[in-house]
Design a protein around this ligand. Structure first.
Ligand code: PLP
Length: 343
């Protein structure tokens, strides 16, 4: 039975993006597979990336680390970006996960369970997680990663990038021997002086451009398609969907498509959203509802059972995101569990 809505994941394209990032940065690529690999499936993605040579992964939460450890076995190094919350240190340690420590109470929690391999995060300006450089701990046994995170890596001309890079280099010099990592996807494209010893891309592996728009170097990985459930002729002056979200000023042919906000196709798509169908990009008409949305297929040869593409090889993820007033990251991670993944 074909699935009404389906997220197809091209693991060969994922592998190509991995090798592209290696070539661009000249550094080992440590994939970020948090949030179930941005919704694409962490187990499938990380397994393939291991085959391509990845040896170290990043997740956000302890639970994500536990699931990944169970899926991948003992070989890969897995860092948890959240660090270790109160009570989680023992769990991380037992599963051979490495916290990225970001404040003194996490240092204490980790040492209370005996310490061991871990990282620290230095905050160089994002003001999110991490120690200010002047508050960073003395070098200690087990510390093998020093990292920071860029605030504006998707804006190459933003002077803050260089300031963060230089602050990171100075802070990291206190910890000779630890792996230094600064660059996320955007950072991978700022120049090799941002690569340091390892890079941590996420979205570019999964097909998002490093600057929030299509980039020819990055291949599409995820394709969201949905089935046409009904095709109807709507007369002039009739409306479509809840709240008369679209009122026809001429006769239109509309395809009702099996993708709604319960699948992760946000209501925001209703304004300016579009999908690829039968060789053309066509606008959505009216509101997105829970299970369906409606597409203008006037003049096209579209039948029940045809599939339309919300994003993918024909409708770029970044363009789809921009049309919905958001970014590729949110579009991908919003795709719900109701939508099967096919590899
Ligand atoms: C999410 C995240 C990344 C990956 O970011 P992308 O922009 O998707 O490449 C890297 N480092 C940290 C600390 C993150 O939180």
């Amino acid at each position: 039975m074909p699935s009404p809505a389906l997220l197809s994941v091209d693991l060969n394209a994922l592998a190509r993006n991995f090798h592209t990032l290696e070539a661009v940065t000249g550094a080992p690529v440590h994939p970020v597979v948090k949030a179930d690999a941005y919704g694409l499936g962490a187990e499938a993605c990380a397994t393939r990336l291991m085959t391509e040579g990845a040896r170290t992964f990043f997740v956000a939460r302890a639970d994500e680390g536990l699931a990944l450890r169970a899926a991948l076995g003992d070989a890969p190094v897995i860092y948890v970006l959240d660090g270790c919350h109160d009570g989680a240190a023992g769990v991380l340690k037992a599963a051979n996960l490495r916290p990225v420590l970001n404040q003194p109470r996490q240092m204490q929690a980790w040492s209370q369970v005996g310490g061991g391999a871990c990282g620290i995060q230095i905050d160089t300006g994002l003001n999110r997680l991490g120690f200010r450089p002047e508050d960073a701990p003395e070098p200690f046994e087990g510390l093998d990663l020093i990292m920071s995170h860029l605030a504006c890596a998707d804006e190459p001309n933003q002077p803050m990038n260089r300031r963060q890079r230089d602050a990171f280099e100075i802070a990291a010099a206190r910890y000779p021997g630890a792996t230094r990592s600064l660059a996320n996807s955007g950072g991978c494209f700022l120049g090799r002086d941002y690569s340091f010893d390892a890079v941590r891309p996420g979205v570019c592996l999964y097909g998002g451009g490093p600057q929030g728009r299509p980039d020819v170097r990055i291949a599409a990985v995820a394709t969201l398609t949905a089935e046409v459930l009904q095709v109807r002729d709507v007369r002039a002056e009739e409306s479509i969907g809840y709240s008369r979200g679209f009122v026809a000023d001429r006769p239109v042919r509309a395809a009702v498509v099996a993708a709604g906000y319960a699948d992760g196709v946000m209501r925001a798509y209703g304004q300016g959203g579009a999908a690829w169908v039968s060789g053309e990009i066509r606008p959505l008409l009216g509101r997105v509802s829970m299970d369906v949305c409606t597409l203008d297929v006037t003049g096209l040869d579209v039948a029940v059972g045809d599939r339309v593409e919300l994003f993918g090889a024909n409708r770029h993820l970044d363009e789809a995101a921009a049309a919905a007033g958001t970014i590729s990251y949110e579009l991908l991670t919003a795709i719900s569990d109701r939508v099967p993944r096919a590899y």
